[in-house]
Design a protein around this ligand. Structure first.
Ligand code: ARG
Length: 460
């Protein structure tokens, strides 16, 4: 026998390298609170069904609480030879309260224990992430409402396309984040299922009541199948999928912020507190926060691929492979929380350079489509109108003039249906105001959309 909790059938001590290689305590100690919470619920349930006496359960629960205090005070001695968080805590329990501590593991296995711990932990973290998503959405909505009248160029192919309002652009971001938020809340439903009671893989012979444990831990219900409960990590994959899509969206926002803060665009000023400088170039102020968020997207994608590959082809039920679920999941959580905090703090502080946005929209023939639509209203077929306006733009490029800077005579060279009223449609204000339907960029629509977004957020 060796000194391991499972040492009975072993005839020699574990190889020192194998011990370190197989241990997870280095990273799963962050589950300590949820491991203890799960153990307290398990002991409570065992007492209710008569497997533990009241006195035994109370002693165990007091011991577990004392251990939690030790951990929080930094007084707990972690042992690699005890492999993981579960055996570290159980061994310490018996050291503190004596033999009754050895009864805690009745009717349970580390396989259902660890699955329970991760779900409890992830559920709490999801609630924090959801709060941050709501904070980011609210920041976007309020900034959008404030900038409902601010005109900027809208782009396709990163070339000036048509004028839009800055508020409309911000609400596009808000829509992306809203869908991510919905995906997260949907994922939470499937995280919130109790594996405990599955034991090693087949269930247990004790008269356990899994509904009691589920209720004590706030789970929706016990899992239906013990083999599935201990083995699958699809809920972690689902969270990593949510995180990947979120970071994909945030990388797009980041890319635009990086472009917009450049001198060439000059659409946005990021306050100094969100930027850093250069150790050699004294003039530099770099948008590190959006750049880093863009960069961190890669590691989150990597964790999604890692988790999918980890789970691939695993036979039922639990395999030690699954110990590898934790580091990618934890790093995904840390990364997502960091990126969201940075953005939720930064978005309300964005300072739009309204004049530069307006100037940029004036250049680049952004109202060309409006001129074509004007010709259509005067009876010109759209394809012909397109051709006419194309020629006017070519003329403008040659003369260095925007459409709105041309005289009526100049414009009439290309079509004699053009009249005095053309100048209303060639203004940026006329262009955005004309797109006045649900989902359009008109300032009134942006204000209404911001109000609907606020209402949706407050209904959560
Ligand atoms: N540290 C393990 C993990 O993270 C706990 C479960 C171990 N179970 C076992 N039968 N070895 O997955």
């Amino acid at each position: 026998p060796t000194d391991k909790p499972w040492g009975g059938r072993f005839n020699e001590p574990t190889d020192a390298f194998v011990e370190a290689f197989t241990a997870s305590i280095g990273f799963d100690k962050r589950l300590y609170h949820h491991d203890i919470r799960g153990s307290i619920a398990h002991a409570t349930m065992l007492q209710r069904v008569g497997v533990l006496t009241k006195e035994e359960a109370d002693t165990i629960i007091d011991g577990l609480r004392a251990i939690e205090a030790e951990i929080e005070a930094g007084q707990f001695e972690w042992s690699v030879s005890l492999e993981d968080i579960h055996m570290n805590i159980e061994a310490r329990l018996t050291a503190r309260i004596g033999n009754v501590g050895k009864k805690l593991h009745t009717g349970r296995s580390r396989n259902d224990q660890v699955a329970t711990d991760i779900r409890l932990y992830l559920r709490d973290e999801i609630d924090i992430v959801a709060e941050e998503l709501a904070r980011l959405r609210s920041g976007l909505i309020e900034l959008a409402a404030r900038e409902a009248d601010t005109i900027m160029p809208g782009f396709t192919h990163l070339q000036t396309a048509q004028p839009v309002t800055f508020g409309h652009h911000l609400l596009a971001w808000q829509e992306m984040i809203t869908r991510d938020h919905e995906r997260l809340l949907d994922c939470r439903k499937r995280v919130n299922i109790l594996p405990l009671g599955a034991a090693a893989l087949a269930g247990t012979t004790y008269p356990i009541d899994r509904h009691v444990t589920a209720e004590l831990l706030g789970f929706e219900r016990p899992s239906e199948n013990s083999l599935d409960a201990v083995s699958d990590r699809d809920f972690a994959i689902e969270f990593a999928s949510f995180a990947s899509i979120l970071l994909m969206h945030m990388s797009r926002m980041s890319e635009e912020l990086v472009l917009w803060t450049s001198a060439q665009f000059n659409f946005i000023n990021l306050p100094d507190r969100f930027c850093t400088g250069s150790s050699i170039m004294p003039q530099k102020k770099n948008p590190d926060v959006p750049e880093l968020v863009r960069g961190k997207t890669g590691r989150v994608y990597g964790h999604l691929m890692g988790l999918l590959t980890l789970m691939k082809s695993q036979p039922l039920a639990y395999n030690k492979d699954n110990q590898e679920d934790k580091e990618p999941l934890f790093d995904t959580l840390d990364t997502v929380k960091g990126c969201l905090k940075a953005f939720a703090d930064m978005v309300p502080a964005l300072e739009p350079r309204r004049d530069s946005m307006y100037e940029a929209a004036r250049r680049g023939y952004s109202t060309a489509t409006d001129l074509a639509d004007y010709l259509v209203r005067k009876g010109t077929p759209f394809r012909d109108a397109h051709e006419v306006v194309g020629k006017s733009v070519a003329y403008g490029i040659e003369q260095g003039k925007d459409l709105s800077e041309m005289s009526l005579d100049e414009l009439r060279q290309f079509s004699d249906v053009i009249g005095d009223d053309v100048f209303d449609v060639l203004t940026l204000e006329g262009s955005v105001n004309a797109r006045n339907h649900i989902g359009g960029t008109a300032p009134d629509q942006v204000r209404a959309a911001a109000q609907r977004a606020r209402d949706a957020l407050s209904r959560l």
